[in-house]
Structures are given as structure tokens and as C-alpha cells.
Write a protein that binds this ligand. Sequence first.
Ligand code: HEM
Length: 452
Amino acid sequence: MAFDFIKRIFNPDKVNIELKEIQSLILRSRPIPYFGTVALLEITDKESAKKMLKDLIPLIDSAEEWNKNEGASVFLTFTYKGLEKIGVPKESLDSFPESFKEGMAKRSSYLYDIGVNDPKNWQKEFKNPNIHIAAAVISNNEADWKSKLEEFRTKISENNGVEVLVSEDFGATEEVKNVFGFRDGISNPEVEGSGIDVPQGFDRPIAAGEFILGYPGEGDITKPFPQPDILGKNGSFMIFRKYQSQVAEFNQFIKDNSSSPEEGELLAAKMVGRWRSGAPLVLSPEKDDKELGENPEKNNNFSFKNDEFGKKCPFSSHIRRMNPRDSKTFVLEDERLHRIIRRSVTFGDIVPPEVTKNDGKERGQYFMGISANAMGTLEFLQKQWINDGNSQNLGSEKDPMVGLQDQNSLFSMPADPLIKRYRGLQTYNIVKGGEYCFIPSLSALKWISELN
Ligand code: HEM
């Protein structure tokens, strides 16, 4: 059986969640190509910030017709401190999860954010304890991005109630490659009741409550959500994390461990689980296949059933760790409960494989992961599937792309006749900052903007 599906067909008869209430980011795919800006804001004056919010609401699209993905859209989220600062009443604040209240930096021990990833080493702006709002403008074309961004900035400056702490651009071309030169944003879970029409033979979507607050999740249970209903329902949580990518160091590792460019490309693909084009190793184990990588009907239509020993796609590869699909795991886990909707975006330029000297430029990824339990999911993934090998019987081996490596670093690649083991990996994506964010519904934004 295949998993996931990328050709996203909208069938209005299959809608049973309130799409008009849900911010578009949650259900809409990242556009191809994409242009955008992320902004972090500090609320300096509560009343002006509420007025600003009221003015910004018309710029925020709902998830209605999430398959129509043209032009620019804005999304807006609050940190716990932001909700507090804008005047959300105490009894509502108390109904939020503890991890969200503490914020990402204070959760570092739960996230294994130590060493280079320790919050004390984060970018200055992310060390600011007053990040209140995280927002972004994203578009499939440059002109719409610029004009929406201008509108967004005007509403902010007119109201004078916030200070812009960070405003950074991101983007990718038609090939949607990250700075390592790998296509990304391919595999995402689908939400039941969103209107997604699943082709025969594909895995079923995941219950809405796993991603959107106020609905039953897998197991048919509606988990508690922030109160009152108008504030919590149709909202979600988002992990926002800025990564600085060390591509030259990654290229050096590949060069040091291969005797030809072809061998190097294979090793790089084995670490990710896909070739640069996006073609999955399970479907094309020997060489890259551009047509397959770009074909949305094929590039995510695979399972690990026929790769029992990981000889095509290593157990330790980034994608097999992050979504083991039907792999045998060595710890009882239901992988459907650890999925996350990724809307991550790339910033900075791509570094070609032959470059092995770090030019010191900023480049990497804003990781944006959405789930009704985003904090719990990230804390689980960081501790178990990224920075530990136990679930795949790999000892203390870590994710080769996003793991925090140390002197014992190891990447194992099942091969014939013997498993190959590589040492000397570095941390190729360093955390530069981040926050836990709440994505209010459109009614919740209005409710917040009208608080007394
Ligand atoms: C800068 C850091 C990262 C880079 C460069 C990166 C790169 C990639 C690439 C190239 C893919 C394969 C294409 C795709 O399906 O999108 C992928 C998939 C994925 N990544 Fe990452 N990633 C990063 C961080 C993370 C983090 C922090 C998480 C989770 C906390 C994560 C979770 C996933 C998941 C769930 C998939 C899809 C797996 C599947 O369903 O097959 N990634 N990533």
C-alpha cells in the first residue's frame, strides 16, 4: 500500500471541518515557486496592537479552497507571551499547554538543544524574551509578494503598537530546492475532513484533531484545547525554528568518504533518503531520476515494505527516521501520531557539491511544523527519532541531516555484502532560534482584537 499523496484533489462533499475559520497555512501547500518574508514582532502597546490586528485580519486567508494556491497570503501566530501581552484573560492563558507557556528556549532540555544548538548560542534577535507575534507573507510570484508585504508593513507602521524584531526574506525557484540542493516539501500528511479526495490504494488521511484543535483525533477522542471555544477551536500550534545550514561541511564529508562524484551523490542521497531531484531511493535505488522526482503522482508513492533491510533507503536516513511509514520499528510506536504538517521554507543560496569551504553566509531553513500537539511532537522527534537510534535499533546513532552530532557520530548504510559505517559527521543544520506559536482561527483573531 502506498502512503501519502501529493496530487491534492479538493472535493467539497468531503468537507466536515470549518475551512472558513482555519488559517490557510495549515491546509494549503507551499507554492511552487515561492517568495516570502518572515517577521517577528514585539507588542509595545496593547491597544494599538489590537487595532493593528483588526486591520491585518482582512489580509489573512482562510483555508477555504486550499487547493487554489495563487497570489500572496499572510499568516499570523502568537507566542504565549504575545497572548499574555495583548490581554488574553488569565483563565484562558491557564488553559494552554505548559510547554507552550514556557516557550522553546526554556524547553531546551526536552528538545536536546544543547551545545551549538543551546539557546545561549542563538541569533541575538531570537534571544529576545519578547517575541510576541510570528507572521509570514508567502506567494507564488514576486509581484504579489511585494505588494502584500507592503500592505502588511503599512498596517503595522500605521498602528505603532509593535516593534519589528526580525524581518527576513526566503524563497525558492521552480525546482524548490533547499540550500543543500535537494528538492523538499514533498511529503506531508493530509487532514481528514478537509475535502481531500484520496485516490484508491493510498493511505487514508489523518483525523483532523491531530492537526486542528477542537476535532476528534485518531482514536476518536477530542483532546482538551485552549478555552473559550472561540479562542481555541479551529486553531493549531506551530513550531518555528531557524536553522543555519553548514553545506560546505556536508560537501566535505561526502568528498572525504567517496572515491568519485557518483559515489558521493549516492552517499548524500542515502543520508537524506531521496536524490537531489526528490526521487525516493526506494523507487530509484541506483541513480537519480529527475522525472520521478518532479512527478507529484509518483514521488511520494512508496512504502518501505520491499526494503526490509534498508539496503535501498537506510534506516538512519532523514526521511526514514522522520516518517518510518511501514518500516519495522523496534519500539512500539504509532507513526500516525507523530506526523507534522511541514510548511518550511528556504533562505539563502544553494551551495554546489564541489564547494567545501564555508563562505560564512547566512543560509538554511525556517522550519515551520504544524500539529495540534506540535510541542509534544517536536520534543518527541528531537529526543527519539532525530537524536537517538533506538527506534531503528541503531544504538545512539543520530539523524545525519538534523541530528546534533558529537565525537561518536556515525552513519550506517546497509549495503552488500556488508554494512558501511561512516564516522566524522558534523551538525549540518544548527538551530539559530525558535518559538512555539499558536495559530488562532480567524474568529479567534477577531476575538483577540476585540478584547477589553
Ligand atoms: C534545515 C533542516 C532540515 C532540512 C535541510 C531537511 C530536509 C528534508 C528533505 C530534503 C526532505 C525530503 C523531501 C520532503 O519530503 O520534503 C525532508 C523530509 C522530511 N523532514 Fe526534513 N529537513 C530539515 C529539518 C527537519 C526537522 C527539524 C524535522 C522534524 C522535526 C523534519 C521532518 C521531516 C519530515 C517529517 C519529512 C518527510 C518524511 C516523509 O514523510 O517521507 N525535517 N526534510
